[in-house]
Ligand binder design. Structure first.
Ligand SMILES: *[C@@H]1O[C@H](CO)[C@@H](O)[C@H](O)[C@H]1NC(C)=O
Ligand SMILES: *[C@@H]1O[C@H](CO)[C@@H](O)[C@H](O)[C@H]1NC(C)=O
Ligand SMILES: *[C@@H]1O[C@H](CO)[C@@H](O)[C@H](O)[C@H]1NC(C)=O
Ligand SMILES: [Ca+2]
Ligand SMILES: [Ca+2]
Length: 626
């Protein structure tokens, strides 16, 4: 537990708060476990409404004041004082509001239902448009570049008894392609505090995002409506939480912590603004919700949080997005139907794998899925469209093996994702092999998800060994970053050998960095492992002209050293990539290693000698002989 607390402080790196506004929401802690009824009375006495407990607590409550504006630039001191004056109140904190945006590209286009000849298998009219499920080369795509879902379905696995929550702008749960797969018990509307997360009407279909995401996961099969979901027998829950003027920590936390034993997977296709200059992540309560989800959710196996890596394009870096870069989320990038990255894709070393967004040339070859008011669309797009596909694939894996932990899902993703024909349209990022033979790409992580392979391996899977966290070392001297060349810092580590936090086989690695610079967007960071794997943990962001905040204990994460042995010398290279001279200081680098002491996969049978599993196992066995 101690480690977790320490980790949380490391990870809850205080995001920039100066631009925040103050909302009409308050976090109120009572001075004892008085419960909901008492909270309602306290709220009423002070002119508030209680929206219920925060993360199921008996003491912490979410209060809203209807007469206060949704957003103002100053704190409401009298309202706070009024709450604090109540003898039952220990403290009251007005919630700041911040921007969280949907990762939807081109969200507005609405389809008319086209009549098509029923196809072979599945028979749903939009199935032929679902090239991401079965790519036959339609619309200029590359045959077989798809999620290989039919191979999973052929194993009898379709998502039964698995629930995915769509945390978004609501779900049209009366849609004929969704209503039988809707899990009402696990659903909630945190934007307006009621159990009905139906999208709010606007005439430009702005709130169609969640419905489109839901259909990708769990649209029904062979019902003559729209297409089919990746896990068409799984359930979806709607968590409406994006549709209010400003996001608050309490809405996020309650959403990500909602019914963690009824919900298996949470899918998020939103995040901090993708303007290429934001550095932001989960705040206090949200961080607690995520930590609780992975440690206690699914009755202790851990919830799966799937995250869209971001739509900021090549000028943004998803390692500056604390949700996507978290070890506890599976961050998913997108490719288009011919194998290139999409032009809005960001890149970063924390991306684990990829799925699909739109087609290459034809704007009508986006992701075909359900749309508002019983309609269908073929133009859903963005990394928004990619994350729910991954949620669907993970739902298949969880049906195949309901005992999988949140880490098992990440290991399965690493081992079964494929390079296929994914490539960087601009030839900047190449496929590279890490020290134990796992191929990765800075854009696509370990490649495109393969549902058939993941389900097959999930069926044989043995839970990976216990995970440890080793703080491998720190450099805390303040050193200038020269304008023309790099600073290179080194940490030599035995990875906590001989202690009870020894890490011998890596999962995630974090470089927690504090630096300042005259132009934050011109700083680049590279982390190199003892086995020689180099991760670009921060790329140039041309729009980020911050000259003041820099990074404060920001946890840059890489997945690229997965499976490697961490003992030896790690280096971090800090440099400017700039036309004009810049100045700055690197002030702290702490290296955090996460992984297992015992070799993972050692009791798994190898059926294909060319599989990634076989390669890694062989590497690990040779290692043990030394
Ligand atoms: C369905 O999942 C729940 C946990 O989410 C479990 O308790 C239950 O046994 C499962 N039912 C079946 C039929 O597998
Ligand atoms: C977040 O938590 C930290 C550490 O527990 C605390 O110092 C800080 O005041 C909290 N921030 C807010 C906004 O509650
Ligand atoms: C960075 O911090 C150092 C002190 O550690 C300070 O002297 C310098 O002015 C700062 N630079 C910028 C660009 O903020
Ligand atoms: Ca259907
Ligand atoms: Ca971003």
């Amino acid at each position: 537990m101690l480690h977790l607390v320490a980790l949380m402080t490391l990870l809850a790196a205080s995001p920039l708060q100066s631009a925040d506004v103050f909302t009409n929401s308050f976090l109120v802690r009572l001075n004892g476990d008085h419960g909901e009824q008492a909270a309602r009375q306290v709220a009423q006495r002070a002119g508030f409404e209680s929206w219920g407990p925060v993360l199921g607590s008996n003491r912490d409550f979410h209060f809203v004041h209807r007469a206060l504006p949704h957003a103002r630039s100053k704190r409401s001191v009298p309202h706070t004082r009024r709450l604090k004056a109540d003898p039952m109140v220990q403290f009251a904190v007005q919630q700041s509001g911040f921007k969280r945006v949907k990762r939807g590209y081109n969200p507005l286009k609405v389809e008319n239902l086209v009549q098509l000849q029923p196809h072979e298998d599945p028979t749903d009219p939009y199935f032929p448009f679902q090239w991401y499920l079965k790519n036959t080369g339609q619309n200029g795509g590359k045959p077989k570049l798809d999620l290989n879902v039919e191979a999973a379905w052929a194993q009898g696995v379709t998502g039964k008894n698995v629930t995915t929550a769509i945390m978004d702008d609501g779900v049209d749960y009366m849609h004929p392609d969704l209503k039988f797969n809707y899990n009402a018990r696990a659903s909630y509307d945190f934007s307006s505090n009621d159990p009905f997360p139906y999208p709010r009407y606007t005439d430009d279909w702005f709130n169609s995002h969640g419905t489109r995401c839901a259909g990708e996961v769990a649209a029904a099969r062979d019902n003559k409506v729209c297409g089919v979901g990746v896990a068409y027998d799984s359930k979806i829950a709607g968590i409406r939480m994006l549709d209010q003027p400003y996001m608050t920590d309490l809405i996020e936390a309650n959403s990500m912590g909602h019914e963690p034993n009824l919900i298996d997977i949470y899918s998020a296709s939103w995040g901090p603004t993708d303007d290429g200059k934001t550095v932001d992540g989960p705040r206090n309560a949200t961080m607690r919700a995520i930590v609780r989800g992975v440690n206690e959710g699914r009755n202790g196996l851990g919830n799966i949080y799937v995250w869209a890596s971001g739509d900021g394009g090549e000028d943004d870096d998803c390692n500056c997005d604390g949700y996507a870069a978290s070890m506890w989320t599976v961050s998913i990038n997108s490719a288009i139907n011919d194998g290139q990255n999409a032009h809005y894709d960001e890149s970063c070393s924390s991306t684990l794998a990829s799925t699909f967004s739109n087609g290459a040339k034809d704007p009508n070859t986006g992701v075909a899925t359900t749309d508002l008011y019983g309609k269908c669309t073929t133009t859903h797009s963005g990394t928004s469209a990619a994350a729910p596909e991954a949620a669907g694939v993970f739902a298949l894996a969880l049906e195949a093996n309901p005992q999988l932990t949140w880490r098992d899902i990440q290991h399965l993703t690493v081992l079964t994702s494929k390079r296929n024909s994914l490539y960087d349209a601009k030839s900047r990022f190449h496929w590279t092999m890490n020290g134990v033979g796992l191929e990765f790409n800075h854009l696509f992580g370990f490649g495109v998800l393969d549902a058939g392979a993941m389900v097959a391996l999930a069926k044989q899977w043995k839970t990976v060994p216990a995970r440890y966290h080793c703080e491998a070392g720190s450099v805390t001297r303040t050193l200038p970053i020269p304008s023309k060349k790099s600073v290179v810092l080194k940490i030599e580590t035995n990875a906590c050998a001989g202690t009870d936090t020894q890490v011998s086989y890596l999962e995630h690695v974090q470089a927690v960095v504090t630096l300042n610079s005259s132009r934050r967007g011109d700083v680049e960071l590279f982390l190199t492992s003892p086995m020689g794997t180099k991760s670009m943990i921060l790329s140039k962001r041309p729009n980020d002209d911050d000259a003041h905040d820099g990074f404060t204990k920001w946890p840059f994460m890489t997945t690229h050293t997965w499976g490697e042995y961490p003992q030896g010398v790690w280096t971090i290279e800090v440099r400017f990539n700039s036309q004009t001279p810049q100045s700055g200081f690197i002030k702290e680098w702490t290296l955090m290693l996460h992984g297992t002491r015992d070799a993972p996969y050692s009791d798994l049978p190898v059926s294909d000698p060319h599989s990634k599993l076989a390669l890694v196992k062989k590497a690990h066995e040779e290692r043990k002989k030394i």
